[in-house]
Design a protein around this ligand. Structure first.
Ligand SMILES: C[S@@+](CC[C@H](N)C(=O)[O-])C[C@H]1O[C@@H](n2cnc3c(N)ncnc32)[C@H](O)[C@@H]1O
Length: 205
């Protein structure tokens, strides 16, 4: 068990760091060479739904530090385009756009890259401020942009997997997905922390 005694850290920061370092999935990700424990959420969801096929063109939104793209690249996917507001270290078979997904120029760059988009993945979450309402509002409003982008640009029978939070705007997200997609499932992977309000919405066009 790793313990942190640094005086400059607040109690909650110490607890977060301690929990992070002692989390078995953080340790497992490190051991298997993945950049984050988030990889196990994508793996678990795909085991359940089996929607990822190596010939698909995939957009990975909110990709950094990169474990979802890493997972896809290791599985043999060749057409992966990752996008994040923060820089991401290079990965084999992964192109990267450094920018804000909600920016029209960034969306234009994505559309220039692929004629056909088979899958949109989004693990986008804004930096937390401690104000839970505000945090879920900000992340969920980006989620609505992702849904709209996927609805307009996914190919027929294309898939969307998108993170959202239980809270502000979640009803709007579910309503949008029901109106515009033929399949919609809400998934809380076991690998997602129990105390986190994050959920994943899976849709088929
Ligand atoms: C939970 S992390 C994603 C982890 C990633 N799936 C992985 O496997 O490593 C959420 C990411 O969303 C990114 N993000 C937040 N707002 C964004 C935006 N407007 N456009 C693009 N990326 C954004 C953050 O910078 C952060 O890297």
């Amino acid at each position: 068990m790793v313990k942190f005694k640094k005086k400059s850290l607040s109690g909650s920061s110490k607890r977060w760091i301690q929990r992070h370092y002692n989390d078995s999935l953080v340790l497992k990700a490190k051991k298997e060479g993945f950049r984050s424990r988030a990889v196990f959420k994508l793996e678990e969801i795909n085991k359940k739904i089996n929607f990822l096929k190596t010939n698909q063109s995939i957009i990975d939104l909110g990709s950094a530090p990169g474990s979802w793209s890493q997972y896809l690249s290791k599985k043999g996917f060749k057409n992966i385009l990752a996008v994040d507001v923060i820089k991401m270290e290079d990965l084999k078979e992964v192109s990267f756009i450094h920018g804000d997904f909600t920016d029209n120029n960034v969306q234009q760059k994505i559309l220039e890259r692929y004629k056909i988009i088979n899958v949109v993945l989004s693990d986008i979450a804004v930096n937390t401020t401690g104000n839970k309402k505000l945090d879920s509002f900000k992340t969920n409003s980006i989620c609505l942009d992702v849904l709209d982008f996927a609805y307009k640009n996914l190919c027929k029978e294309g898939y969307l997997l998108c993170k959202f939070f239980n809270g502000e705007l979640d009803k709007e997200i579910i309503k949008y997905s029901k109106v515009n997609f033929s399949v919609n499932k809400i998934i809380k992977p076991k690998s997602s922390r129990k105390d986190s309000k994050e959920m994943y919405l899976f849709c088929k066009k």
